[in-house]
Design a protein around this ligand. Structure first.
Ligand code: NAD
Length: 339
């Protein structure tokens, strides 16, 4: 049993904690929180040992009636692997703590690539992280792109990728984020940071990305155009995607016209928190003109990286190969939509 600690219990951390707790070969040793808020209360209610991330605030947990098991250093010491799910930049500050305890660490996509030995996607480069001391699970958008690029690269080769990312302004819980009523080129310069981030997983890929931000919280939407190296056919591409368990092709008859209905679908399906761990590709949008492939996909920013974090734990431990790990993760979490 691999003992896994989760440092930072917010949007990503609470989902990773649940996913780890569901795995047959992992045990969640605890989660570290900065504040005794509703999420801390949820962790305690779920039976997760709660650790105080900031030693000076230990008393505040007691004042709110929340028992703590120790401080963040105790959690790191108790863990075989720690998954750092703190806000962008804080992970890099925590790296010394993990080094001091000799505890392998997984970081998130908000950190610079240099924070870890490997930028990781379970479909594209699992083996690169095997036996490493640290890995960075790439961002939600890069994860979503890596999952389609890997099979297309293997089957056809990708000569050039052009992607426009229409990005949600903030997560549902991020009440301070915007825009509230605007449409922003973000960044206005090209490429956006997403293309270079994809290159941390696919170093040789020629990719240009453009980013926009809109007043939405539900999901990101990607408009994808890839020039393939060999001829393709739209039906064959759909068949290729059908073999990928982390890709869901929205059938035409589903009457799902956007992120709102996708989230409604996830809630109806009983998904925890309405999560969609899979890329959601509109099957009708998959179009091939010569060697040019076009498609639209929606990416649930709060959850698509969660199975990848679980796989990253196994990669660092060298506990399973890529296919075994992905299958175990998916089975335990219920990833994969059989519409
Ligand atoms: P979040 O703000 O929802 O959660 C971060 C949590 O860490 C909060 O509970 C915060 O209180 C806590 N924290 C702050 N400082 C800490 C410290 N020193 N020690 C322990 N905990 C601390 O953030 P998030 O959205 O979960 O993002 C976490 C990481 O995941 C970032 O790198 C982000 O870029 C990445 N990510 C986020 C999304 C997304 O859409 N939310 C998607 C993919 C990747």
């Amino acid at each position: 049993m691999t003992q896994v600690g989760v440092n930072g219990y917010g949007t990503i951390g609470k989902r990773v904690a649940d996913a780890v707790a569901a795995q047959p070969d992992m045990e969640l040793v605890g989660v570290a929180k900065t504040r005794p808020n509703f999420e801390a209360e949820t962790a305690v209610r779920k039976g997760y040992p709660l650790y105080a991330a900031v030693p000076e605030r230990v008393d505040r947990f007691a004042e709110e009636g929340l028992d703590i098991a120790g401080e963040a250093g105790d959690l790191v010491a108790a863990a075989d692997v720690v998954v750092d799910c703190t806000p962008s930049g804080v992970g890099a500050e925590n790296a010394a703590l993990y080094d001091d305890h000799d505890t392998p660490a997984i970081f998130q996509g908000g950190e610079d690539a240099g924070v870890a030995e490997v930028s990781f996607n379970a479909r594209a480069n699992f083996d690169d992280a095997v036996g490493a001391d640290s890995a960075r699970v790439v961002s939600c958008n890069t994860t979503g792109l890596s999952r389609i690029l890997a099979p297309l690269e293997e089957e056809y080769g990708v000569e050039k990728a052009r992607v426009t990312l229409v990005r949600r302004g903030g997560d549902p819980g991020q009440t301070g984020r915007g825009p509230i009523d605007d449409i922003l080129p973000d960044p206005v310069t090209i490429p956006s940071h997403h293309g270079p981030d994809v290159n941390t997983v696919f170093p040789d890929l020629d990719i240009d990305t453009l980013g926009m931000k809109v007043p939405a919280t539900l999901m990101h939407t990607h408009s994808v155009n890839l020039t393939l190296e060999s001829d393709a056919d739209a039906d064959d591409v759909r068949d290729l995607f059908a073999d990928e368990t982390r890709l869901f092709q929205i059938p035409a008859g589903a009457d799902i016209d956007g992120a709102g209905k996708l989230k409604e679908f996830a809630h109806d399906a009983g998904r925890p928190r309405g999560d969609l761990w899979e890329n959601c590709i509109w099957a009708e949008s998959v179009t091939v003109e010569g060697r040019d492939l076009y498609l639209f996909q929606a990416i649930h920013q709060e959850s698509d990286v969660v199975p990848e974090n679980v796989d990253a734990v196994r990669a660092l431990r060298g506990d399973a190969d890529a296919a075994e790990s992905r299958a175990t993760t998916e089975d335990a979490m219920g990833v994969g939509i059989d519409y």
